[in-house]
Structure formats: structure tokens, C-alpha cells
Design a protein around this ligand. Structure first.
Ligand code: UDP
Ligand code: LCN
Length: 800
């Protein structure tokens, strides 16, 4: 809803300043486009302001309206606007340039107008399935401040702990019950049956406190166990007297007068997660030789690093709690019999750098029960997931000898399977999107039909909607992933309201103010991506090979030989798909004389030989690269390596580029997060990265790197040339950004911090799940119906 005051001022303006208002609407109509994006509206408005008539527009409600417009839809005299007044706050307007009136309309009317644009006037019924999840969320705590977005757990703790412990000891009783449910296999943890009311718990805690005060703080649990057991305590309170006592005192404080902080602190250490299932069904999931294949990128790197960090955090925390338990983590993915030299045909594979984590592979079965032997694109996997979820469940239960304590979904398919599994098993579910496809492709919702054959977005967006609403909590790598910036909508925010014409219309899909959102940013493997200046740790044995790669002959999937090897190197590395925009960077470089003078360009992406590509998008990009190399005559200044660098080698590669006082460039049209950006920064390499997506938040412009606008390539190239020229004159400039980059990653992007936070969230949400009805049964039932009636037929249709 728009603010009443703003609406009234707008209406007043339309009646009092009819001429100017008419001019504005007329100019927008004159653009001759039925759909206008924010930038187009802004550009048009800037032109109006610059014209003679434009002076009087400044400071008017019309200016405010257009500044906040995210989307405009035009048909005849009608103009419909989606207006984002603040982060996460939307309103919808319709305006008529003949009648000169403006009014607020409901979101469904705005979406209906858009549908008509695509479908034309419908014959007969206008009926379309309308999805509105808002009624299910009424009465559920919701945040209001934009600064609270992504900090859901803090809000929930504050809000619910107050409610829970209000009046007549209900909260204490629930807490007691919660402490009595913990078990590991046959072993009871925390409290045994003798402590069956809050009075007894208090009394047992007091007696334990006296006992613990009388022994040395280092006295281990094993020595104290017989006496503490008599009081009702089981393992899980701490490894020694000092820790047990501190933990029990914390509980006494909570029973006396709880605070959100003490409750979070207490829950942080509850031994309740011993095994985790991480779902990532699609693609090639392996530990080597898989990166760079279609669909296989940062998600695999992320999960493997995440698992290592989680295992470490779980083990530390269990040890601190005095439990000799080996945590188990299983990454559940699909088994691909035609594995092409990878390990993707192995049913179980231990994960290097862990004690007990494994990849568990379960094949996709087709409707006749036959194993699907080959890799299939992530856009085609929808019909296999339901069956996969059952097969994976059986395999998981066997492998873990029981159900997991926590399920993490990854990407749309993993999140959907996580939803199915966690509902069947009654386990806390966390989602990680990695990249929400809807925001990656312009109008992928409105024109879903046109893309259906290739992308099956109808399935994916339906799966996303179900999974984001079933998840107990969602973690994101950045704030912008949830709620964007002051100017542009976030990836999740874009799922608030949209339409798939002819299929269904979503008037309330997800709310960025929902406390299920938490920002937990990933990190880099610090053994691999360390600063170039850590000379003792450098992999000097790689130097010769790297020099050969950079300056050796061409041929053998390499193109270009750098004629001046003394210049700084600009480096880029990514999967070669259109959105990564590697060809964009090559074109900017080719066209910028100054940049070509300052630096050489090194590209690690795709294949130089198009015959080696197995993917249409990559193939087209490769052909374009060759065209650009020819057109700009780049063979002496661009070194293109058609290969994937092994992880450890990649770490050293970034550092060698830093030795050359070079820079890393991430030129994507959109990047959901961008692991390469934090990798480069953590080696101390100044980085220029796209302003669309995660890098906008990772990098503080001109402090820890630079933002570039991929739509303004010439400017971006000049920006890089200017920086390198400044560095040439004064090496302190390069150092300034390099130091800023290192500091930024250390402060914000570490796996240790990630793992500790995620484990805390899993426990806290698990607790709230237990003591309140956060499960929202009505919503669950509604989504089950949506799954059966909408998702299933869409998915099954893919195989027909
Ligand atoms: N990568 C790599 N070698 C290569 C190309 C990429 O190790 O030759 C790694 C890169 O270091 C990063 C990941 O692949 O860890 C790519 O993740 P990012 O988030 O940048 O992009 P995505 O591919 O997920 O879209
Ligand atoms: C997917 C992407 O597209 C990247 O931007 C992320 O960095 C990666 O997943 C890991 O989350």
C-alpha cells in the first residue's frame, strides 16, 4: 500500500498541474514500448527534466513516483506502474492520460493488466488461479524495519522469548520439555526422566551448582557423571566442571528472567544436530574434474567448503559439550552412470578434508523405473525429483542409520527435495538459493511460455515458491539477495508478486520482512586463497607452469600470445555462459585504447576449440570470442586459456596476477553472489566487479575494489585503465585497494563464521519449531495441494 499522503499529493498534482502531468505521461507513451523497466523510466524522466518544460518537475510528487517506479506497463491511454516506495514496500498505480486521473489499485489488477498485454483480451472467463499466501501468515510475527531484513533470528528471539516466558511459567515448562527430548541413538542427553517438572529442574540445577563449585574447573564430565546423573542430568552440558557450571547457570538465569541474548547463547550449544543432509541433486557433483561443466560452478565449491566447515564446527561444539560423537554430513546428489571420467557414478564418496562427510549418490529413475544414465540439464530434471526424494530418503536412512537432524537444500531442485523430505521426516529445513533463476532472465515470468521448451521455468518458479514457503529458514549470501538496494528489487523480493500468464498469478508469494530470512555469507578456503604476500606459503612449484600458461605458445586450446610480457595483467575466470559476459569484457578491452596500453588481458573460460563444447550457450560464446579476437586484432594482447584451473592451482594463479600488479575482473550481467570475487580479493588482488548482484555488496567501491556497470562497457574499461595508470605512477594506489580487499574478506567472508552462525540458526529455529507452531500447518497443507495440482502435472509434462 502506498502512503495516503503521497497518494493524495499525487492526485492533487494531477488536477492542479494538468499540463505538466499530461506532458510526463505523454512522453512515456511516446517511447512506444508496452513495458518499461526502471532504467528506461528514469532515463525518460531525466530527458524530461533536461527539456525546457522540465524545470518545474523537480520536487514534485510525479518525480517521486517515477523515481520509485520499478516497472511501467502501457496500453492505449492507460499507464500502470509498480512503485517501490522503500525496500520491500510496493504499491500499484494506474493513470490515464486522457482522463488525467491517478488511483491506487490492488496488485492483482496490475498483474491482470500485464497478462492482457501478453495474452490479449481473453474470450469469456478471466479466471486465473491466484496464489495468495498472506492469509496464512497473519498472526505470525513479521518485521517492519528494512534494517531488520536478513536478521530474522535476532528478531524472532526478541519477539518470541518475550511472549513465551510471559505469565504462568508456560515458557519454562516448554523449555523443560525441549531439554528432555534430546537423544543420540539410544543415549539420552541433557535431562533424564527424574526431572519432570520445572521445580525439580531448578532444584537439581542448584544442587549441581553446589557440587560443581566444590571441584576443580577442569574436572571432566566422566568423573562427575555418576553424581550429576543422580540429580537427573545426562551428557551434553559441557566437557568439564567449569563449562557445565557456566551452562547450568545460564539456564538458571533464563528460568529466572530470560533475555533474547541469553536464550540464543543457551540454544547455541544445545547438542541437537549430529547429522545433516545437504541436498544438491542436479549436475555433476564431485570433487575434481567437474567444475566448468554446464550447470556446475560455484554451488559445488560452496557446498564442499561448507561441509568441511560445518563438520569442524559441529565437532568442536560436541566436544565442548562433552560428547564423544562423530557428526555425519551427507551431500545427496544424483548418480550419473555415464560419468565421463568423473566420480559421479560412485554411490558413496568420502569428502576430502573431513572425517566423516560423504557424497551419497542416488540415480534418477524414469517413469518405467529405468536408471537415467546420462547427465541432464538442470532445466530438465523436474520430472525425476519426486521419485528421487523417495529413493534418497531410503538411502539416507540406511547410510545414517536413522533420519538426519537437519536438512539443507541447495538451488531450486535441492530446495524442493528438501521440502519433500523435511515434511516427511519432520526435520528442520534450511534453503539456500545460490541464484534464483527468475531474476536472472528479463521477463522470464511474463513470457514464461516462450521459454518453456528450453527452460521449463513454469516448473522451476513453482518449485521455488513451494520451497521458499516450506523452509523453516532461508539463508542468503547477501542482503541484496533478499531485498535488493534502495533502487532495485532483491531476488526474493521479486517473488512477492508476479504472474505467469495463463498459469497462475501470485499476489503474495514471499515477504522479505519474514523472519525466516538470515544473511549468512560464505567464505573462501583459506588454505587455497591466501594473500600473495604470504611468500612462505606460496606454491612456488606451480610458477613455471603458470608462466607457461600465461606466456607460452598458443594452440592446444590456447589463443593469443602476449607480445609485451611486462605489463600488468587483467584477469577474468568464469564459466563461459552469456550471463558471465566474458565476451563483453573482451569487447570493452578491444575497444579501449588506453586499457590496451596499460594492461594485457588473461581469460580463463570455456574452450578455445568450439568442437570441445557440449553446450549451446557456451558454443555460441566461444564463436563470439573468436570473432572479437579477430575484429579487434587481440592476439598479441589477450591470452585466452580454454581450460579449468584446478582449485589449488587457481589460488596460485590469482597470486601470480597480483605479483604483476594486475587486477581481477568479474564483468557479469548479473552475479547472484560471485565466489571468484571473494577468492581474488582474499589473495589481495584488486577487483573490478559487476554492480548487479552480490559483488555490489561484497565490494565497497574505491575501498576494497571497484564496481563496474556491464551495460556501460566503455566507461568500465576507462575506469580500469585509469586505475592501472594511477598504480603505474604510484604503487601505493594498488596497495591501498589490495589491503582494502583483504580486510573486507577477513571481516565478512569466512567459513568459520558461516558454520558457527548456521549451526546456531539450525538450533534456534529447531527450538522455536518445537515450542511454537511455526510449522504453520495450514500453509503446509495449502502448499501440498499446490504441489500436487500444479507442480506435478507441469513436471510430468516435460517427459511427454
Ligand atoms: N573455478 C575454478 N576453476 C576454473 C573456473 C572456476 O576453480 O577454471 C571456480 C572458481 O574458483 C569459483 C567457482 O568455480 O570457486 C565459480 O563460482 P562463482 O560463484 O564465481 O560462479 P558460478 O559458476 O557459481 O556462477
Ligand atoms: C551460484 C551463483 O550463480 C554464484 O553467483 C554463487 O556465488 C554460487 O552459486 C555460490 O552460491
Amino acid at each position: 500500500m502506498l502512503e495516503q499522503e503521497f497518494l493524495e499529493s499525487l492526485q492533487r498534482y494531477f488536477s492542479e498541474e494538468r499540463n505538466t502531468a499530461h506532458l510526463v505521461l505523454h512522453q512515456l507513451h511516446e517511447l512506444g514500448k508496452p513495458l518499461l523497466l526502471r532504467e528506461e523510466v528514469q532515463d525518460a524522466f531525466a530527458r524530461m527534466c533536461a527539456s525546457d518544460a522540465g524545470d518545474c518537475l523537480s520536487g514534485t510528487p510525479v518525480e517521486r513516483m517515477l523515481q520509485a517506479t520499478q516497472e511501467a506497463v502501457i496500453d492505449g491511454d492507460w499507464l500502470y506502474l509498480a512503485v517501490r516506495i522503500r525496500v520491500g514496500r510496493w504499491g500499484y498505480l494506474r493513470l490515464n492520460s486522457s482522463l488525467m486521473f491517478v488511483e491506487e489499485i490492488p496488485v492483482s489488477e496490475f498483474l491482470y493488466f500485464k497478462e492482457r498485454l501478453v495474452e490479449g483480451q481473453r474470450d469469456g472467463s478471466d479466471h486465473i488461479l491466484e496464489i495468495d499466501l498472506e492469509p496464512f501468515l497473519r498472526g505470525f510475527p513479521k518485521m517492519h524495519e528494512t534494517r531488520s531484513i536478513g536478521r530474522g533470528v535476532e528478531f524472532l528471539n526478541r519477539r518470541l522469548s518475550g511472549q513465551l516466558f510471559e505469565g504462568r511459567g508456560k515458557g519454562n515448562r516448554l523449555l523443560l520439555d525441549f531439554l528432555r527430548v534430546h537423544r543420540y541413538q539410544q543415549q539420552t542427553l541433557m535431562l533424564n526422566d527424574t526431572v519432570n517438572d520445572v521445580g525439580k529442574l531448578r532444584s537439581a540445577l542448584r544442587q549441581a551448582d553446589e557440587l560443581l563449585a566444590s571441584v576443580a574447573a577442569e574436572t571432566p564430565w566422566s568423573e562427575l557423571a555418576p553424581r550429576l546423573r543422580n540429580l537427573g542430568f545426562e551428557p551434553g552440558w559441557g566437557k568439564d566442571a567449569g563449562r557445565i557450571r557456566a551452562y547450568m547457570e545460564l539456564l538458571l538465569d533464563i528460568l529466572e528472567a530470560p533475555s533474547p541474548a541469553s536464550l540464543e547463547h543457551f540454544l547455541q550449544n544445545i547438542p541437537m544436530i549430529f547429522s545433516i543432509a545437504v541436498l544438491s541433486p542436479h549436475g555433476w557433483f564431485g570433487q575434481s574434474d567437474v567444475l566448468g561443466r554446464p550447470d556446475t560452478g560455484g554451488q559445488v565449491v560452496y557446498i564442499l567448503d561448507q561441509v568441511r566447515a560445518l563438520e569442524r564446527a559441529m565437532r568442536n561444539s560436541l566436544q565442548e559439550q562433552g560428547l564423544d560423537i562423530d557428526p555425519q554430513i551427507l551431500v545427496v546428489t544424483r548418480l550419473i552412470p555415464e560419468a565421463e571420467g568423473t566420480t559421479c557414478d560412485l554411490p558413496v564418496e568420502p569428502i576430502a578434508g573431513t572425517r566423516n562427510a560423504r557424497i551419497l549418490r542416488v540415480p534418477f529413475l524414469d517413469p518405467t523405473g529405468q536408471v537415467v544414465p546420462q547427465w541432464i540439464s538442470r532445466f530438465e530434471i523436474w520430472p525425476y525429483l519426486e521419485r528421487f526424494s523417495h529413493d534418497a530418503e531410503r538411502a539416507l536412512l540406511v547410510e545414517l542409520s536413522g533420519r538426519p537432524d537437519f536438512i539443507i537444500g541447495n538451488y531450486s531442485d535441492g530446495n524442493l527435495v528438501a521440502s519433500l523430505l523435511s515434511q516427511r521426516l519432520g526435520v528442520t529445513q534450511c534453503n539456500i538459493a545460490h541464484a534464483l533463476e527468475k531474476t536472472k532472465y528479463l521477463y522470464s515470468d511474463l513470457y514464461w511460455h516462450d521459454n518453456e521448451e528450453h527452460y521449463h521455468f513454469s516448473c522451476q518458479f513453482t518449485a521455488d515458491l513451494i520451497a521458499m514457503n516450506t523452509a523453516d529458514f532461508i539463508i542468503t549470501s547477501t542482503y541484496q539477495e533478499i531485498a535488493g538496494t534502495g533502487d532495485s528489487a532483491g531476488q526474493y523480493e521479486a517473488h512477492g508478486a508476479y504472474t505467469l500468464p495463463g498459469l497462475y498469478r501470485v499476489v503474495h508469494g514471499i515477504d522479505v520482512f519474514d523472519p525466516k530470512f538470515n544473511i549468512v555469507s560464505p567464505g573462501v578456503d583459506e588454505e587455497i586463497y591466501f594473500p600473495y604476500s604470504d611468500t612462505d606459503r606460496r606454491l612456488t612449484h606451480c610458477n613455471e607452469e603458470i608462466r607457461e600458461l600465461l606466456f607460452g605458445d598458443d594452440g592446444n586450446d590456447r589463443r593469443g600470445v602476449l607480445s609485451d610480457s611486462g605489463k600488468p595483467l587483467l584477469f577474468t575466470m568464469a564459466r563461459m555462459d552469456t550471463i558471465k559476459n566474458i565476451t563483453g569484457l573482451v569487447a570493452w578491452y578491444g575497444a579501449c585504447k588506453e586499457l590496451r596500453e596499460e594492461a594485457n588481458l588473461v581469460v580463463v573460460a570455456g574452450h578455445v576449440d568450439p568442437g570441445r563444447s557440449s553446450n549451446e550457450d557456451e558454443y555460441q560464446q566461444i564463436l563470439k570470442m573468436h570473432r572479437l579476437m579477430d575484429e579487434y586484432d587481440l592476439d598479441g594482447q589477450v591470452r585466452w586459456l580454454g581450460m579449468y584451473l584446478d582449485k589449488a592451482f587457481a589460488g596460485e594463479f590469482y597470486r601470480v596476477i597480483a605479483d604483476f600488479q594486475g587486477a581481477f575482473v568479474q564483468p557479469a550481467q548479473f552475479e547472484a553472489f560471485g565466489l571468484t570475487v571473494i577468492e581474488a580479493m582474499s589473495t589481495g588482488l584488486p577487483t573490478f566487479a559487476t554492480g548487479f548482484g552480490g559483488p555490489l555488496e561484497i565490494i565497497e567501491d574505491d575501498v576494497s575494489g571497484f564496481h563496474i556497470n556491464p551495460n556501460h562497457g566503455a566507461k568500465a574499461a576507462q575506469h580500469m585503465a585509469d586505475f592501472l595508470a594511477r598504480c603505474r605512477e604510484d604503487p601505493a594506489e594498488w596497495q591501498r585497494i589490495s589491503t582494502g580487499a583483504l580486510a573486507r574478506v577477513r571481516a565478512r567472508y569466512t567459513w568459520k563464521g558461516y558454520a558457527e552462525r548456521l549451526m546456531t540458526l539450525s538450533r534456534v529455529y529447531g527450538f522455536w519449531h518445537y515450542v511454537t507452531d511455526l510449522e504453520r500447518d495450514e500453509l503446509r497443507r495449502y502448499l501440498e495441494m499446490f504441489y500436487s495440482l500444479q507442480y506435478r502435472p507441469l513436471a510430468q509434462a516435460i517427459l511427454k
